[in-house]
Design a protein around this ligand. Structure first.
Ligand SMILES: NC(=O)c1ccc[n+]([C@@H]2O[C@H](COP(=O)([O-])OP(=O)(O)OC[C@H]3O[C@@H](n4cnc5c(N)ncnc54)[C@H](O)[C@@H]3O)[C@@H](O)[C@H]2O)c1
Ligand SMILES: [Zn+2]
Length: 348
């Protein structure tokens, strides 16, 4: 068993082990005195894994409920949250009871938001089943939903009390989503860990996925520890994301997956910074080959000025400027505040 301890204001453990999902209840029992557990999952993941988790919980004496929503980002709305609240109340959940998020990033974000707000806050546990959730979204305490005006515009910070990662669940994850998660893994190598980047180049990540997951959550843990509420260093995790988000918006969140957009964003920004002499030469070429190795796109036909315009509307953009994350070299990153009116020329 690998354990990554996260020392946020309320510390918690991330446990990583193949087959862990079958004994989820044993580990949950150790961190809570709850009587009731509401398991929240989507229609795909529920079919594959809910039975295992529920039976392990019941073996440990918990009374369990199950809330299942239609799989996909389209469900990440206040309507779904509202249905969740009703289910929690009908199940007579008290302040001491807990929510378990069993699924990908959509599930964790919504279950976490419901937990942050139901009765002004109850505890929750993450059992992330997508690669993206295992290396990224289950760590850091951001929860929330989308509204018509934008993605993740409503949310709360809430740390889970435990994260259980079972890499065996990735065996059923469609390849499209595996690649999506790989983009975030490549991102971690780029911003913080040259040796992780090299491992991804030399080996097949899925063969050593436990090592990789442990490495990635440790990196995110360290960054979040130092900057829980995103005042500084945490921005580094946005590498490739500023331009990536613009691309996602240009395609109305349908043409490109998040990971694909991030891959293109990492390549675009690094090509620009390398050309400007701000990044060691040869860096963008390595990112391009690594993205290709993991079936991620590295370019897009979208208009540069349009991309820059969309950056201005990003919720993370400041007044008249944007914090770009650039690489000094692979494994070393920094933030460069750039006026929005110079962004188009910079990335052209
Ligand atoms: N909170 C954060 O810090 C943070 C960080 C990054 C992303 N996110 C959010 O995460 C979401 C994207 O996450 P995601 O890609 O995991 O989305 P998701 O939860 O919709 O999962 C993607 C798809 O994979 C399926 N799936 C998940 N695990 C599976 C498994 N083991 N076997 C078979 N199918 C499985 C799901 O049913 C879904 O169809 C976005 O909403 C994004 O905003 C949050
Ligand atoms: Zn991302």
């Amino acid at each position: 068993m690998r354990t990554v301890r996260v020392n946020t204001s309320a510390p918690y453990d991330i446990l990583i082990e193949r087959g862990l999902i079958n004994s989820a209840g044993d580990y949950i029992k150790k961190v809570t005195s709850a009587k009731k557990v509401m398991v929240i999952s989507d229609t795909n993941v529920e079919k594959l894994y809910a039975e295992k988790v529920v039976s392990s919980l019941e073996k440990n004496g918990f009374e369990t409920g199950l809330f299942v929503y239609e799989a996909g980002e389209k469900s990440k709305t206040l309507d779904t949250i509202s249905a969740m609240y009703s289910r929690l109340a009908d199940f007579n959940m008290s302040r001491k009871d807990i929510i378990v998020a069993l699924g990908g990033g959509v599930c964790g974000d919504m279950a976490g938001f419901a937990a942050a707000t139901y009765m002004r806050g109850i505890n929750f546990i993450q059992i992330p089943t997508s690669l993206l959730a295992q290396v990224d979204s289950s760590v850091g305490g951001k929860t929330g939903v989308d509204i018509a005006q934008g993605k993740n515009l409503v949310g709360a910070f809430l740390q889970p009390i435990l994260v259980l990662i079972d890499p065996d669940t990735l065996k059923t994850l469609p390849e499209y989503y595996v690649n999506d998660g790989m983009a975030e893994i490549i991102k971690y190598g780029c911003i913080k860990d040259g040796s992780l980047f090299k491992t991804l180049e030399d080996e097949n990540a899925l063969d050593i996925i436990e090592d990789i997951i442990e490495k990635c959550v440790s990196i995110k843990r360290d960054v979040v520890n130092r900057d829980e509420k995103e005042a500084g260093e945490r921005m580094l995790l946005n590498f490739g994301h500023t331009l990536g988000h613009s691309l996602e918006k240009i395609y109305n969140f349908e043409g490109l997956s998040h990971g694909q957009a991030v891959a293109i964003g990492m390549v675009m920004i690094t090509r620009a910074s390398q050309r400007a002499g701000l990044t060691e030469s040869g860096t963008v070429e390595r990112i391009i080959s690594l993205c290709k190795k993991y079936s991620l796109p590295t370019s897009d036909k979208a208009d540069v000025d349009e991309i820059a315009r969309y950056c201005a509307s990003d919720k993370k953009a400041g007044f008249g400027s944007v914090n770009l994350v650039l690489l000094k070299k692979i494994g070393e990153s920094y933030i460069k505040n750039t006026p929005l009116n110079e962004l188009g020329d910079f990335i052209r």
